[in-house]
Ligand binder design. Structure first.
Ligand code: UN1
Length: 509
């Protein structure tokens, strides 16, 4: 990179932020330096919220909630419809900014914004569907029903890899549910968060009368996250990140009986059966294992291959892993962009060192320098052939490493598959109906997401997203995930003149 092009990348970022409506004061001064993983250069400085500002924001959000909860749900849906329109209009601009800030491919950056548009469409429709059940009462002239009410302020703690989509899955639902939101984004990706906040404010201005503080952005370090977790004004915290983060957050929330939606580590596997369509499987494996440079929580990290097709598949995989273009994610033809930072590169190398000393055969994994810049961390994805699922395979390393192992009996493949602490996403490639159905059955995959002939990553927003075991158990996005953002009351109504007691109890005074 020449000095000229570094300057132009910083300028390009500022230009995008201006187009997205972010005032310069929010990115040209402040303590937090923002780097682009494309070159490793600093592209902005952002002010951080201190404790007092965070307290004020949480109090304002609570006040906003008290007002917002009385707005009819379909009207709240109109705000989210307008927000979706802002995202639609901003798609290329925000998509480019996502790429600059995270290093993901442009099509993935655009895809992330598409995911935000989709959840807004979903949530706007949902705003007319918060229906409760009517339940038959055991008592004559009585009726039972349930009513869903708004919950309160929802805290959102998000990670760098999906810097804005994760906010939208939570915020779009929370806002139509009648809640207010307070958001702490990753410190690695505050710029896209600022852009989303500016777009929210545009939508709010068009809607008119949105209470002040309904959706607040708090850029800051772990202390701000801590404040969100500890605040008695926040009845629900949705946190995405490492299992270690979840372990710190979950007991604190439990202690004050707050709800938690935890989206933590994944260690996703695919089983490749003898009858699999290998051309299709190869494409799915490539995208799931190498896409987003292995930095999705749904990234494919383990491949369990039947011994009869192992030699064919491994030869084809080696070719794909060696030929894939690693480089500038904004260039057509590139399929793997940079890792987020140096720390992530070292974690990847440490995992590969462990694999090497355990006797694994490793293809790729080395650092490359496609842009000629020593501050960026590009790597060739690694294919690691292992004979047993040892401890390092059971850990999530947030980088493009695919561990490959063999199986002979299907039952052993299932055992290997489930024998890790995490339980997010999973896949089977087979054209055998019995294998497919068994994988999806109670004795099959133990994950929150189980796919047939589709990779582990790239879920649609319409389904509930999340996983079991150390993944944290949370469910976000589609299906009935909205219920977590509301509180349910059970109502029993007596329209008669008698007062029969349930269970036939008598209490005559
Ligand atoms: C994440 O990596 O935190 O299923 C979320 C997927 C995306 C979401 C990933 N829709 O890969």
């Amino acid at each position: 990179m020449t000095t000229d092009s570094i300057v132009s990348m910083e300028q390009e970022t500022h230009h995008l932020l201006t187009l997205l409506g972010v005032p310069a004061s929010q990115y040209n001064s402040g303590n937090l330096a923002v780097h682009t993983p494309l070159t490793g250069e600093v592209i902005a400085h952002v002010p951080e919220a201190n404790t007092a500002a965070a307290t004020e924001a949480i109090t304002a959000a609570h006040k906003a909630f008290l007002e917002w909860r009385t707005v009819p749900a379909p009207k709240r849906g109109e705000l989210i419809r307008l927000l979706g329109e802002e995202f639609r209009a901003a798609l290329p601009t925000l998509g480019n900014l996502v790429t600059i800030e995270t290093g993901k491919l442009l099509s993935e950056g655009f895809g992330e914004v598409q995911e935000m548009i989709d959840i807004c469409t979903f949530a706007a429709g949902l705003s007319r569907q918060f229906a409760g059940l009517t339940v038959p009462s055991e008592r004559a002239q009585h009726r039972m029903m349930e009513t869903w009410h708004p919950l309160g302020v929802v805290g959102i703690i998000s990670a760098f890899n999906f810097p804005v989509a994760v906010w939208s899955w939570n915020a779009a639902l929370a806002l139509v549910c009648g809640d207010a939101v307070v958001w702490k984004p990753s410190e690695k990706t505050p710029l896209t968060a600022l852009a989303v906040q500016a777009l929210f404010e545009r939508a709010a201005a068009k809607f008119g009368g949105v209470p002040h503080g309904l959706s607040t952005l708090l850029i800051g370090d772990a202390a701000v996250g801590q404040q969100i977790v500890d605040s008695p004004l926040i009845p629900l915290v949705s946190a995405t990140g490492s299992t270690a983060m979840g372990r710190a957050v979950a007991p604190k929330l439990a202690e004050r009986f707050a709800r938690a939606i935890l989206e933590l580590g994944g260690n996703n596997a695919a089983i490749i059966c003898p009858s699999a369509d290998l051309d299709l499987a190869l494409r799915a494996i490539a995208f799931s294992a190498m896409g987003t440079a292995g930095q999705r929580c749904t990234t494919l990290r383990r491949l369990i291959v039947h011994e009869s097709i192992y030699p064919t598949l491994i030869a084809r995989l080696k070719k794909v892993f060696a030929s894939i273009v690693v480089g500038d994610p904004r260039k057509a033809g590139t399929l793997v962009g940079p890792l987020i930072d140096e720390r992530s590169f070292h974690a990847m190398q440490a995992a590969l060192d462990e694999a090497r000393s355990s006797g694994a055969t490793i293809t790729g994994g080395e650092r490359v320098n496609p842009l000629g810049d020593s501050l960026a961390f590009y790597v060739r994805p690694a294919l690691v052939e292992i004979s047993a699922q040892t401890e390092f395979v059971k850990r999530e390393t947030f980088a493009p490493i695919l561990y490959v192992m063999k199986y002979s009996r299907f039952v052993d493949a299932l055992t290997l598959h489930n024998d890790v602490p995490q339980g997010l996403s999973s896949a089977i490639f087979t054209t055998n109906l019995r294998e497919a159905e068994e994988f999806l059955s109670v004795t099959g995959s133990d994950c929150g997401i189980a796919n047939v002939n589709i990779g582990t990553s790239g879920a649609e927003i319409g389904g509930a997203f999340g996983g079991e075991k150390e993944t944290g158990g949370g469910r976000e996005s589609g299906s009935d995930a909205w219920k977590q953002y509301m509180r349910r009351t059970t109502n029993t109504i007596n329209y008669g003149h008698e007062l029969p007691l349930a269970q036939g109890v008598s209490f005559d005074i």
